[in-house]
Design a protein around this ligand. Structure first.
Ligand code: FMN
Length: 286
């Protein structure tokens, strides 16, 4: 009886587009299969980093494009948080992911209601949020995501209430009250690289001085515990209004704000781009 040969390939993008790498998980033989697959990828170098293929007996059975979900926890759809997320999306796209941007304030939903249906023994809801509202399809898509990035403005030292409500619904069903060999059991079959992006009015030295990072990074810790990996990215001293002359303020100067935005925000956006790319590359390895 002949055995089907199963090889799983993942192509990971390197720094230069034309210079991509091939990782073979499974039998390490250089045979016709690997040659065929390399040729396929050479024919489509732009897409090569998106390929993860299951090859059985010389036939490509399945090609997988990684999915990355970006969640905007700001009520504003085209301001600082959204711009950071969009830049992260461009990075994820460059690494070959399919992207979706979700504006939480467009969705009619509440936080966890503590029904514990997601923890019920032998229930089809086990591991899944049972609440039936407009967040349900979004959570469904998050369960299929390979990368998740959450963005939020800082409101009184915390993420927005909407983002926190979303996290309750996203994380609690995946986490369990069970430990095995000292490890928290989470209901996912692989590591999902995640990140939290925070934007805030505070300049960076001041936000460190008043202790924002330990507060905000509690959220990153939750994401890391539940999904296996998480990072934090900050954009500080953000430019808040289109026209500062219309608003009351004397805590800062519009000129300083504009100067900071022009000089530093492009770097924040670049950091977001790199983050998006890095997470997708990590997901290819996961
Ligand atoms: C209700 C509210 C509370 C805020 N609280 C803080 C705060 O505690 N610290 C801070 O640095 N900025 C605070 N900000 C400013 C926002 O975090 C900042 O402008 C952010 O970049 C806005 O994001 P957006 O442009 O995506 O809406 C607050 C803004 C609002 C509307």
């Amino acid at each position: 009886m002949s055995h089907a040969k199963v090889i799983f390939f993942i192509l990971t993008p390197k720094k230069e587009k034309e210079n991509y790498g091939l990782i073979i998980i499974g039998p390490k033989e250089e045979n016709e299969l690997t040659m065929n697959f390399s040729r396929l990828c050479e024919a489509e170098p732009e897409k090569s980093c998106t390929f993860a293929a299951l090859i059985i007996n010389n036939t490509i059975m399945e090609k997988k494009t990684l999915k990355a979900i970006f969640v905007n926890g700001s009520p504003r759809k085209n301001k600082n948080t959204a711009l950071m997320l969009e830049s992260a999306m461009r990075g994820a796209e460059a690494a070959g992911a399919q992207m979706e941007l979700i504006h939480l304030y467009d969705i009619d939903f509440r936080g966890c209601k503590s029904c514990f249906a997601c923890k019920l023994k032998n229930s089809k809801c086990n591991g899944v949020c049972a609440l039936k509202d407009d967040l349900r399809p979004v959570l469904e898509r998050c369960r299929e995501a390979d990368v998740i990035v959450l963005g939020s403005p800082v409101y009184y030292s915390y993420p927005t209430g909407e983002l926190r409500s979303f996290m309750e619904r996203l994380c609690f069903p995946v986490g369990t009250y069970m430990y095995e060999n000292g490890k928290h059991i989470c209901l996912r079959d692989k590591v999902i690289p995640t990140a939290m992006i925070f934007t805030m009015n505070c300049p960076e030295p001041y936000m460190r001085q008043i202790g924002y990072p330990p507060i905000l990074e509690e959220n990153t810790k939750v994401m890391a515990d539940i999904f296996g990996y998480s990072e934090t990215l900050y954009a500080c001293n953000t430019y808040q209004f289109n026209d500062y002359s219309r608003y009351d303020f004397n805590l800062f100067s519009e000129e300083d704000k504009r100067k900071y935005r022009d000089e530093h925000f492009p770097t924040d956006l670049q950091n977001a781009y790199e983050l998006g790319r890095r997470l997708v590359e990590k997901a290819h390895e996961a």
